[in-house]
Every structure is written in C-alpha cells, then in structure tokens.
Design a protein. Structure first.
Length: 77
C-alpha cells in the first residue's frame, strides 16, 4: 500500500509504553483515493544523507480538515 500524507497543525498526545508522547496528525490518501490520517511521533532521514531540504519542508504544516481538527486531545491520551 502507498499513502501520501501532509503534515497538519493538529498535535495530540498519545500514551506510548506508559509515557505521554506528542504526535502530529498527518492527513492524506491511499493510492486508490481512500482518505486516511496518521499519528506521527517521530520521523527521520537515514544517517549519512543530506537532510537539509527535508528539515526545511518538515516545518510546513497546513490546517487540519474539520474532521481531524475536531478530534479532542482528551480522547487520545
């Protein structure tokens, strides 16, 4: 499966192994057009690669759609 995702401004907090971890919600769609979202807690570039362009683009965020923006943080923790 291939998924195309875009970073949003929405951040929630997840409990991972007993610890609270911030997660940015990314929205997108599958190759066949199915809408989806992902809770991203970490993202990285492989060691040894030039990550400068990746890091510049990583700070770009769009507003979450109303459906995603409405996810209350209290339901995630």
């Amino acid at each position: 499966m291939k998924v195309t995702l875009e970073s949003t401004t929405k951040i929630v907090h997840l409990i991972v192994e007993g610890r609270e971890v911030p997660a940015r919600i990314w929205e997108g769609h599958t190759e066949s057009g199915i809408a989806c979202h992902a809770y991203i807690t970490r993202i990285a570039v492989a060691d040894g690669l030039d990550a400068s362009e990746f890091e510049r683009e990583l700070v770009e965020h769009r507003r979450a759609t109303p459906e995603i923006a409405a996810i209350p943080t209290r339901l995630i923790i």
